[in-house]
Design a protein around this ligand. Sequence first.
Ligand code: PEP
Length: 261
Amino acid sequence: MKTYIIGNWKMNFTVGESSLYLHKLLSKVRAYRDLETVVAPSLVALQTLSLQTDRRKIKLACQNFFYKDFGSYTGEVSISQLRSLVDYAIVGHSERRYIFGETDKDIKKKVAAALRGGVTPILCIGETDSERSFGETVDVIRDQLLGGLSDVPKEDISKVLIAYEPVWAISGHGQPARLASPLDVADVLKLVRNILREAFGSKISEETPLLFGGSVRSLNAESYLSLRDCNGLLIGGASLIAPEFTDIIEIAKRVKNDRVI
Ligand code: PEP
């Protein structure tokens, strides 16, 4: 199983700044056989960065798209338009769910559309602070996971990356973020594997990559990457700081014992 280090730049950097930043990252990052480094810049920077990047070192993701292929959808961009630029697509990020009102119905259509277009979806799931305090974590995770995957044919399930991102642990979600303990993360990742096993069988469950995201920094990356069920990280704030992001890549390489290509 590969390890995935994915940086979500959110609505940061102009096109010029994105290009300079990618240039810096490319000069520091090496190509590893089983470690995928991915960044998700702003939509406006994707064209430039796709011409600039060395995909063996850093692949690109989009942060959002619409699930229809073409048509009268003012302001939207489809996977057919993005597929030559990106290898991955973030779907169902909590900022899309809670700021822009995306529903599980939208999200399942996006996951299926990405797969149809040959782009790997990164399906984000995670409970809010109040859902956790009301003891609803298990139900929320089950609903978001099975809901998001409900339009995916069984043979494609393990092509989807699942990112567990508890909303309360994401920096900039409105309130001060709390760090998720590795034990909490281990419990939920195991829960995700169990739900996948019950729904689709052990092979698919074991082959589906599970990521964690929520205030990951170089200081705590190892504690999450060492978890049995953690196959990578989705990183917001720290992905905007070159030494932090490249340190996390090296930590992942060391923890997962990967080899340089
Ligand atoms: C995110 O928004 O997906 C995220 C994990 O952000 P941060 O790392 O800044 O908490």
